[in-house]
Design a protein around this ligand. Structure first.
Ligand SMILES: Nc1ncnc2c1ncn2[C@@H]1O[C@H](COP(=O)(O)OP(=O)(O)O)[C@@H](O)[C@H]1O
Ligand SMILES: [Mg+2]
Length: 361
């Protein structure tokens, strides 16, 4: 195995009674100290992955390794792993200190040592003044922090977080994303977080694992996933992407030239594959990589505007290319206030230097 993997999932499968597939032969290396996020739609296997790493679920196939050691058969409490559950799972009748200290009570520590560790953990999450408060007196954000403190007080090697911010409102959520990332850097602990929110995953993670139907579609850094999605699924899950059926025209050095109807496109191939002349491929084109002009010119294709959505600095144009192919374009708002309206013809072209991925299905 790669020497730098802290956790390794080796062909891990989980088939539940009744034949429901939770995980389908998942291979994944998690590096020490990284903030890794499992991202994907509901039911794709994110929680099951966490539960397998924590030991709450035993895989029906494959192995879980920690530091190169097989821990597949180890009980949850014997693993240096803690979990922050989606619903926090706090004890409402106990105060904050007792909740945070709960994990420590299974260890052989003196009362004074326990109290010190609890204070330090609460300090880390900015709740030092809430030591004696009851859980019922706390806001949603404060409860979230208590759950975090309870997990970090045990100083785990790996902290698992299942949709930790999903119960918070949008503003608090963004603030907690920043705090979570900061906490992770300070602790240097490996965080494995689950979310179905791509914006959250992109803003917080060192690497993202995109999952679909119990399998991994792609694992990469946020910018790589955004710029060079490998599959149609990843391309359509991360941000907005036009998926254009395009005909291969020819090659210019590294650039592969395609045409989506009348619209000339340029793509890069991560696999190094060159299609045969006339082959069709799906090319992913970001709305911000398209230009819409009022006049036709060399390299533009006409598209009828069918919708205009205000996005602040830009307008999102929904349009149809000649063959009825829908296309989405982000156009800057013009200073003079003139803009496209429904029914207008927009002359669409690819921005120079745009990096369009050639996608596999
Ligand atoms: N205990 C279980 N028994 C039966 N099926 C389960 C169980 N837990 C999860 N599943 C199924 O496994 C799949 C993956 O679930 P899960 O990992 O919870 O998805 P996610 O967290 O990505 O939403 C889903 O189809 C789910 O219904
Ligand atoms: Mg889940």
């Amino acid at each position: 195995m790669a020497l730098d993997a802290l956790v390794r999932l080796q062909k891990v499968s989980k088939v539940f009674p009744g034949g429901i597939v939770g995980l389908d032969s998942v291979d994944l290396d998690i590096a020490p100290g990284e903030f890794l996020t499992l991202l994907g739609p509901s039911g794709c296997g994110k929680t099951t992955s966490l539960r397998v790493i924590a030991g709450f679920e035993s895989p029906t196939g494959g192995n879980v390794l920690l530091d190169g050691r097989d821990i597949t058969g180890l009980r949850p409490f014997d693993r240096p792993v803690n979990t922050v559950f989606q619903d926090y799972a706090l004890f409402p009748h106990m105060d904050v200190a007792a909740n945070v200290g709960f994990g420590l009570s299974l260890r052989k520590l003196t009362g004074a040592e326990q109290a010190k560790r609890v204070r330090e953990a609460l300090d880390m999450v900015g709740l030092a003044d809430k030591l004696g408060a009851r859980i019922s007196e706390l806001s949603g954000g404060q409860r979230q922090r208590v759950a975090l403190a309870r997990a970090i007080v045990c100083e785990p090697r790996v902290l698992l977080l299942d949709e930790p911010l999903s119960a918070l409102d949008a503003h608090l959520r963004e603030q907690m994303q920043i705090e979570l990332k900061r906490l992770q850097s300070r602790l240097g602990t490996t965080f494995v977080m689950v979310t179905h929110d791509q914006t959250e995953a992109l803003s917080i993670s060192d690497r993202i694992v995109v999952m679909n139907k119990g399998r991994i579609e792609q694992t990469a850094a946020p910018a790589t996933l955004y710029d060079r999605p490998a599959t149609r699924f990843v391309a359509s899950f991360i941000g907005t992407m036009n998926l254009l059926q395009s005909r291969f025209v020819g090659r210019d050095g590294e650039r592969l030239r395609f045409a989506a109807g009348d619209l000339p496109l340029e793509a890069t191939s991560d696999s190094g594959e060159t299609p045969a002349a006339g082959d069709t491929r799906t090319i992913g084109v970001r709305p911000e990589d398209l230009l819409a002009a009022g006049e036709a010119a060399e390299g533009t294709a006409p598209a009828r505007v069918s919708g205009v959505v205000f996005h602040g600095r830009t307008l999102r144009l929904h349009a149809e290319l000649g063959e009825g192919t829908p296309i989405v374009i982000d156009a800057p708002r013009r200073a003079d206030g003139s803009q496209f309206s429904v029914g207008d013809m927009a002359h669409v072209s690819l921005r120079r230097g745009a990096n369009c991925p050639m996608l596999s299905s």
